[in-house]
Design a protein around this ligand. Structure first.
Ligand code: SAM
Length: 244
């Protein structure tokens, strides 16, 4: 099987329904969006194509052979140890690569490392109860906007975690199919001091600046991710993205 045939096969399953993508799109504004369980990029594309202002998607997935399921053999036969090249080929074909930072790893680990305030969170990664609990603990406090969870009332682990940790504390703002949306106002978000420290840590890796006011921090948040994106694209030999 060729790479292109395998890409087609991998891209044909494991998706949300058209109505669910439409529902997801209705929560998109712009800013920093996090797509947990990006797989072949369909949820990522739904976000990017609905941006109303500057925005980027951090597309997180382990891309491991263990997560490839029934496609494992096809991926291995091509001599690949990761499904990431298929995602990257899809993003390139859809001409949205400049709006996406592909992050390979478990969302639970990435969330602990990357302290950015998030405008939109989509959780459709591991559906094991313990992993969804961890995603909620690690990511939801960063969200000032909306957090969406897929496979609610479909997969028991996701359902239990959402029932226990989201339903009692956050405002449910909609449901379509197995996708539920909550409004998150950052009530349990990092304090401003912690946020500044976290933001400065991220920015340090790209350029040395310190922020002293909330407005400066907000502005810098986009700038820092933009800088991250520029270096990411330079590393991968892609066209630099433009968020202005
Ligand atoms: C149902 S698919 C996601 C489909 C995708 N959101 C879409 O709409 O096309 C679930 C994905 O979660 C990923 N995944 C599994 N464990 C994960 C983890 N700990 N962190 C992030 N993603 C994970 C899998 O590799 C798989 O690609």
């Amino acid at each position: 099987m060729s790479f292109e045939e395998a890409r087609k096969q991998l891209s044909s399953g494991r998706r949300m329904s058209p109505r669910e993508y439409q529902f997801l799109s209705s929560f998109v504004d712009g800013g920093i969006c996090v797509d947990i369980g990006a797989w072949m990029g369909f949820s990522t594309r739904a976000i990017v194509s609905s941006f109303k202002r500057e925005g980027i998607v951090l597309a997180i997935d382990p891309h491991s052979l263990d997560c490839a399921g029934k496609h494992r053999a096809a991926v291995e036969k091509l001599g690949l140890s990761s499904t990431r090249p298929f995602l990257e080929a899809n993003l390139a074909e859809w001409e949205i690569a400049s709006r996406v930072v592909v992050i390979e790893g478990r969302s639970q680990d990435i969330g602990r490392e990357l302290d950015l305030r998030v405008d939109l969170l989509v959780v459709d990664g591991s559906h094991r109860y313990a992993d969804v609990v961890e995603d909620i603990e690690v990511w939801v406090p960063k969200v000032r906007g909306y957090a969406l969870f897929h496979d609610y009332q479909h997969i028991p682990g996701a359902t239990k975690a959402v029932d226990e940790l989201m339903m009692p504390h956050y405002k449910l703002v909609g449901k379509q199919g197995w996708l539920v949306a909550f409004e998150c106002k950052g009530e349990v978000a990092l304090s401003f001091d912690e946020y500044l420290k976290a933001l400065n840590r991220v920015v340090m890796s790209t350029k040395r600046t310190a922020f002293h006011t909330q407005e400066a921090a907000r502005q810098a948040e986009i700038a820092s991710v933009q800088a991250l994106l520029v270096s990411y694209h330079a590393l991968r030999g892609l066209e630099p993205c433009k968020l202005d």
